[in-house]
Design a protein around this ligand. Structure first.
Ligand code: ATP
Length: 293
């Protein structure tokens, strides 16, 4: 096998609370992740030279050693004492710096794809441990489906996958730095009622209305305070016909809505399409990374 093509799926957070600040500067979270159908394609080709090269046409994605896909390949290569050269091509569809874990999904796809292409034989658990050293969302992107994340989001417990739930994603085109959002966080505002447990129960029962009503993301508070236009967009999204609930994903700025069905999702998509920088319908996905060929 000379090349492999891997789908790198984006994620949303159905729930996100910050439960503490750690000495290393990171925050302890309690979050519920779900993979979604929106994905990048990552194509890895063996190369005769010893180099790892990255190519991505998206102007905001680096093609150097700072690319998370590059870092994932280099980390695997180090772990086995060198594996030879490869080129990594990233076909980007996931908006960048948008709370959808696009970079982490690319890294997860590289870990999974390189492991297969070069027959390294690492288990999923081992890949997840290596991934956690590069970014907190990478273990979930490898696991895929639905999971509760604790610690910095890297300690995962599987949850029941919500199959084919219709979603609408709306991104206002504001790039938000995750670390800046955490710096503005006011801890007295953290959610003490443990809505997370409630939404988990709804997921276990497959109660979509309950999930829609229980969506929660603490990070909306600092983000909406700085960008009232994102808050206004969320209100508009929430009041669309067929919307069961809307939320900002991760540290934003992408908003998602859980919709009654694909038709109501498409109708609302046409409402937003020409006014925002990115808008698409999608569904929940049972996988995070997937080898296509
Ligand atoms: P998260 O939800 O995990 O916080 P995000 O979706 O908000 O992530 P990314 O799309 O992962 O953000 O991009 C964050 C930054 O990482 C970008 O500004 C970009 O410069 C850098 N980056 C490095 N590698 C990649 C990659 N493969 N794809 C996208 N961005 C990358």
């Amino acid at each position: 096998m000379q090349k492999i093509r891997v789908r790198a799926h984006a994620k949303i957070n159905l729930y996100l609370d910050v439960v503490g600040k750690r000495e290393d500067g990171y925050h302890d979270l309690e979050t519920i992740f779900h993979s979604i159908g929106l994905h990048d394609d990552v194509i890895i080709r063996k190369q005769d030279t010893k180099e790892i090269t990255v190519h991505c046409e998206h102007p905001a994605v680096p093609s150097d050693v700072s690319n998370l896909g590059y870092r994932a390949a280099a980390r695997l290569s180090d772990a086995v004492g060198g594996i030879g050269g490869m080129s990594i091509e990233i076909q980007k569809r996931i908006p960048v710096a948008a709370g959808l874990a696009g970079g982490s999904a690319n890294a997860a796809a590289v870990l999974h794809g390189v492991n297969e292409l070069f027959g390294l034989g690492f288990t999923q658990e081992k890949l997840m441990r290596l991934g956690a050293q590069l970014g907190a969302d990478i273990p979930f992107c490898l696991l895929g489906g639905a999971a509760l994340g604790t610690g910095i989001g890297d300690l995962l417990t599987r949850l029941p996958v919500l199959s084919d739930l219709s979603l609408l994603l709306v991104n206002p085109g504001i790039e938000i730095s995750t670390s800046a959002v955490f710096k503005k966080l006011n801890f007295s505002l953290t959610n003490r009622e443990n809505v997370g447990i409630i939404i988990r129960t709804h997921m276990e029962k497959g109660d979509v209305l309950g999930i829609g009503g229980g969506l929660y993301n603490l990070l909306e508070i600092p983000v909406f305070a700085e960008y009232p236009e994102i808050a206004a967009l969320k209100t508009e999204l929430s009041t669309q016909a067929g919307c069961y609930g809307a939320l900002m994903s991760g540290s934003g700025a992408t908003l998602f809505a859980i919709m009654h069905n694909s038709e109501s999702a498409r109708l609302s998509e046409s409402h937003f399409k020409n006014r925002v920088s990115f808008c698409t319908t999608t569904v929940t996905s049972p996988v995070g990374v997937y080898i296509q060929d």
